[in-house]
Design a binder for this molecule. Sequence first.
Ligand SMILES: [Ca+2]
Ligand SMILES: [Ca+2]
Length: 271
Amino acid sequence: MMKALNRINPVRNSSRSTQRLSIGGALNPALRGGTPYGAEPGIILKSNPAAEQRGITSNGVNAKGLTLLELLIALVIFGFAIAGIYRLFVVQSRAYTVQDQVVEVQQSIRSAMEILLRDLRMAGYDSDSISSKVTVVNPILTGDGSKVNPITVEYEYDDTTRYTVSYWVEGAPLILKRQLTKTKDDGSSTTETQDLLENVDAFNLSYGVDTNDDGGVENWVPAGGVGMLKVVAVRVVLTGKPDQTKPDVKNWVSPRTLNSTVSLRNQSFRR
Ligand SMILES: [Ca+2]
Ligand SMILES: [Ca+2]
């Protein structure tokens, strides 16, 4: 009876302590002889007890898989790596925004300054052509009690039109305003006002005055000090800030300043 059982189940004949069923891995030729009857292809027997202890099959594959702890550690390490990459992305993105705003602020100030200086250079221009029907009486006005830091210049635009251009700042945050009045020789006029520069931090003017009538500057005075003196140069300091509604930009971009001095040549030659 026992013999018959053994014939049916050969596994009983071999040492059970060294031969166990394992799923996966290639069939080890050395163990082929010991493959129990009825075993499916791919099912092999282990013969290395030490490797078996570590969960390693005879062909080096870890048959135990990952423990929960190992999985958690891997997730934490992966998380740190992703956090680092994200941090780098945020920093780069902020640097790009800041640079973009720096350029925008500088461009805005420069273009506003160009328009302002062009008007100032024209101050007092009065063509003496025989066809000119325009006369410029007040080439430059420094005071206007109702406005902050105003300057007004007048010049002849063409034979029948006189331009009166005023600049000042108002509002909070400050806006640099430009007001142009075109007066025709028949007395009719049109006025238009525009915002030349937003987010102005400072707009300061100082005046170079000619006290000995040689056309050159002797002193620099503020608007209140001009009085009846002849102004032959103007120094403009214009400081612009970035868009104050964006916290990132507001905190990271410092105000930019342009400083220019323009000589009023039409005034210098005026006697
Ligand atoms: Ca004229
Ligand atoms: Ca002088």
